[in-house]
Design a protein around this ligand. Sequence first.
Ligand SMILES: *[C@@H]1O[C@H](CO)[C@@H](O)[C@H](O)[C@H]1NC(C)=O
Ligand SMILES: *[C@@H]1O[C@H](CO)[C@@H](O)[C@H](O)[C@H]1NC(C)=O
Ligand SMILES: *[C@@H]1O[C@H](CO)[C@@H](O)[C@H](O)[C@H]1NC(C)=O
Ligand SMILES: *[C@@H]1O[C@H](CO)[C@@H](O)[C@H](O)[C@H]1NC(C)=O
Ligand SMILES: *[C@@H]1O[C@H](CO)[C@@H](O)[C@H](O)[C@H]1NC(C)=O
Ligand SMILES: [Ca+2]
Length: 527
Amino acid sequence: MLHLVAVLLHCLPLAMGHYDICKSWVTTDNGPSWEFYACQPRAMRMKDYAIVRVDPAGITCGDPPERFCTHENPYLCSDECDASNPDLAHPPKLMFDTEDEGLATYWQSVTWSRYPEPLLANITLSWNKSIELTDDIVITFEYGRPTIMMLEKSLDNGRTWHPYQYYADDCMEAFGMPARRVRDLSTTSANRVLCTEEYSRWVGSKKEKNVRFEVRDRFAIFAGPDLKNMDNLYTRLESAKGLKDFFTVTDLRMRLLRPALGGTYVQRENLYKYFYAVSNIEVIGRCKCNLHANLCTFKEGSLQCECEHNTTGQDCGKCKKNFRSRSWRAGSYLPLPNGSPNACAAAGSAFGNCECYGHSNRCSYIDFLNVVTCVSCKHNTRGQHCQHCRLGFYRNGSAELDDENVCIECNCNQIGSVHDRCNETGYCECKEGAMGPKCDDCLPNYYWRQGCFPNICDEELLICQNGGTCHQNQRCICPAGYKGVLCEQSKCDSESQDCDSASSTYLSLPALLLSALGLQLRCSLDF
Ligand SMILES: *[C@@H]1O[C@H](CO)[C@@H](O)[C@H](O)[C@H]1NC(C)=O
Ligand SMILES: *[C@@H]1O[C@H](CO)[C@@H](O)[C@H](O)[C@H]1NC(C)=O
Ligand SMILES: *[C@@H]1O[C@H](CO)[C@@H](O)[C@H](O)[C@H]1NC(C)=O
Ligand SMILES: *[C@@H]1O[C@H](CO)[C@@H](O)[C@H](O)[C@H]1NC(C)=O
Ligand SMILES: *[C@@H]1O[C@H](CO)[C@@H](O)[C@H](O)[C@H]1NC(C)=O
Ligand SMILES: [Ca+2]
């Protein structure tokens, strides 16, 4: 009987769908205990949690009130958008509401009255949480789909953006890209960013309203047409570099670049029929919890994973305090079907009291010293407990000992420093003449030339004499007749021999003329 319960419990994860429980109480031959599994939250309608922003300011119609018409009825421009009248207003929130059957509510832009200046609008959705797409993004346009648009994504809360998909009725003309279809991608190109013409051509504004980002078609490359072979998809998500991240976003941005034209040309005499109208943006996905949570809740304005496996953080991306005896790892879909929880372990539980501050996954017992020590400390740490920084690194004062950033590279200037080590505040030991935390500067009266060398001349103490000029603190350029490091010696002061023989090479033109004259004079005297 007990065995049967165990078997049943064991099968539960599969029966209830994939990876939806994090642990279960099982009975084994050694008695009952918890068993842990990789787990993930259910997919949700993410549009309910997004913060939306529409740019530029003033792009939403109705302020001031404006008339518009449709491609079907281009000369009956009697529809009105008026932001101050709730019945005639089209604010951004109408892209996210639940609609009554048949009655579309939509955000609408101003009309293209400024043609030929482009009509541009950005719709940005932000979650302040990484989410993994599990189904197609579907953007529903009323009155025709844009003839040019672009979908962008961010993975870092909007700090950086990347193209996700290009849409145009003529990809080559709009983006200089050949048109491709997601259905034609292969296992090695499933995460390619492409331009598609499927959703931009004019088919009549009522017939086909949706613009898609095809997540299912890309999944189908691995899981088959009906997504029957999800195991293969999960295996691929673990092994193919960048594939998981491809489906992960924190923000999405639709850049609307040219509205529906309803024909080949823009009719200048009737610009009231060109605008954007979006009635719905469907984004189905799940919170990214690194396979450490099966619940994700909306708290304090953001989605947050309810972390298990003794992890913590918005994405369960860290080990909880006192559970950092080995470094944090994401759970894995493999081995099928339950995956690996890769749970964080309490300090002192798994390794006979050897704390490694999360910088090592392994301890070893050194027999002759009778100590347990961490093996292969990562993150530039070293020591029995990975508690020191490696040589050439120093302790990050604002990071805790179990932080990945705990050790910072000294970065000593190779030429200016005695060695590549530094003190606890990151100061390197400088050679003579060098200064600065990294020894990449020179002391006053030194100049940099593959290291710091004392000035030969300068403007203060070592001034070139007798009208000489100082060249890059390295040498005095002396006027004719002077020599010495600071041009302090007259050439004629010393042996006259030197003065004469050197003179011809250094003498200026007037001086040459003079000496020539002198020679002549001497000659005439001799006569
Ligand atoms: C839309 O966003 C892009 C950046 O992704 C920006 O370069 C562009 O100026 C924005 N357009 C408008 C109309 O705000
Ligand atoms: C984003 O989420 C984090 C973690 O939940 C929270 O601390 C932060 O205040 C949120 N930021 C915004 C702008 O909502
Ligand atoms: C997490 O820590 C608790 C003790 O606080 C322990 O009972 C539990 O088994 C741990 N979970 C995992 C997955 O290691
Ligand atoms: C020091 O640690 C903090 C906290 O993790 C981190 O934000 C910062 O970037 C680190 N400093 C350097 C120079 O790596
Ligand atoms: C590191 O060296 C700098 C420069 O010599 C010094 O100012 C600083 O106090 C030193 N820091 C420590 C912790 O010794
Ligand atoms: Ca709507």
